[in-house]
Write a protein that binds this ligand. Structure first.
Ligand code: NAI
Ligand code: OAA
Length: 334
């Protein structure tokens, strides 16, 4: 029995993500929550002939508490998306408070649930969730994840395009590490399951890296004011949630890049900090998942000098983003 909950379920990501979770036969209960329209989305999905029992809630009458009761996995795509010209950090002003309040609900009602944070800026919203959990004395770093899967999905697609064979997309895997914004997104192309041809021009490789790092901007620009990635994000969110659920049910050996608190695996986390040469509290790395969440944080592995430069370039922004999230909860503005 697995109860999955989506907070922000009526939104651009929330609706298709809820559809994909309803399509996952391992989900037996699906709770949907939003400040608008969640009951409507729930009734619509409830007609689909898959096992999950779907229920939708709004804030009145303790809706948040009701949806979170008994939750095993909580996915959070609540919050505003970017418009052209905005950075993900520009979303902090509004989304930080939304995520803090939802995290408070989870900490008090479902403190053991796995929390999968999609709301941007992920580099800061994950620390916000963690700090809220610490305040409530229920913090377990193994159970809080920043969803960076879309970067991994984009890397598979764009590498396949460069290889000239889109049929490879489902089998190409490229680890993407760091964080989830601009230069903090670091694809490790040297570890691609399908290596790039050795004669490839450097400018082609540089363009590929840039496209993976700024893939979000491509969608924001194309949607021209109507938001950011929703459908590809729903796909990526469902993929990551599916892996977390499989691990929760006991399947072994599932590894996925995700943005976690490095205290989740003391040995692996400390080794990674050594590799980075910096005492960062959060980083996206390939993580082995288990029934208790993070089982093992893997290091960067063998990377090229050029990739070392990219990793180093990610560190200052990451440190600033993390500090911003932590401070928001620890030192609230009056
Ligand atoms: N991690 C990632 O890779 C990605 C993250 N995102 C982020 O996901 C977030 C959501 O994006 P969209 O779905 O496109 O936005 P959207 O505006 O379409 O949907 C957001 C939903 O959140 C709801 N909401 C707002 N405040 C809430 C609250 N306090 N409680 C519950 N629900 C609340 C809204 O009513 C709305 O239905 C944005 O912050 C966006 O930047 C988007 C794409 C990729
Ligand atoms: O670009 C955005 O604002 C949404 C996002 O995180 C992505 O598509 O990777």
């Amino acid at each position: 029995m697995v109860k999955a909950v989506v907070l922000g379920a009526a939104g651009g990501i929330g609706q298709p993500l809820s559809l994909l979770l309803k399509s996952n036969p391992a989900v037996t209960e699906l709770g949907l929550y939003d400040i608008v329209n969640a009951p409507g989305v729930a009734v619509d999905l409830s007609h689909i002939a898959t096992p999950a029992k779907v229920q939708g809630y709004l804030p009145p009458d303790d809706g948040l508490k009701k949806v979170l009761t008994g939750a095993d996995v909580v996915v959070i795509p609540a919050g505003i998306p970017r418009k052209p010209g905005m950075t993900r950090d520009d979303l902090f002003k509004i989304n930080a408070g939304i995520v803090r309040d939802l995290a408070t609900g989870i900490a008090t009602t479902a403190p053991k649930a796995f929390v999968l944070v999609i709301s941007n800026p992920v580099n800061s919203t994950v620390p916000i969730v963690a700090e809220v959990f610490k305040k409530h004395g229920v913090f377990d770093p193994k159970r809080i994840f920043g969803v960076t899967t879309l970067d991994v999905v984009r890397a598979s697609t764009f590498v396949s395009e460069v290889l000239g064979d889109l049929s490879l997309t489902t089998s190409v895997t490229v680890p993407v590490v760091g964080g989830h914004s601009g230069v903090t997104i670091v694809p490790l192309l040297s570890q691609s399951s399908h290596p790039l041809p050795s004669g490839l021009q450097q400018s082609t490789v540089d363009d590929l890296i840039n496209r993976i790092q700024f893939g979000g901007d491509e969608v924001v620009k194309a949607k021209d004011g109507a938001g950011s990635a929703t459908l590809s994000m729903a796909y990526a969110g469902a993929e990551f949630a599916g892996k977390v659920i499989r691990a929760l049910k006991g399947e072994k050996g599932i590894v996925a890049p995700t943005y976690v608190n490095l205290a989740a695996d003391k040995v692996g986390g400390e080794a990674l900090k050594k590799e980075l040469g910096k005492d960062l509290e959060y980083f996206s790395a390939p993580v082995e998942l288990g029934p208790n969440g993070v089982e093992k944080i893997n290091g960067l592995g063998k990377i090229t000098p050029a990739e070392t430069v990219l990793v180093k370039a990610a560190l200052p922004d990451l440190a600033t983003n993390i500090e911003k999230g932590v401070t928001f909860v620890q030192v609230p503005k009056l």
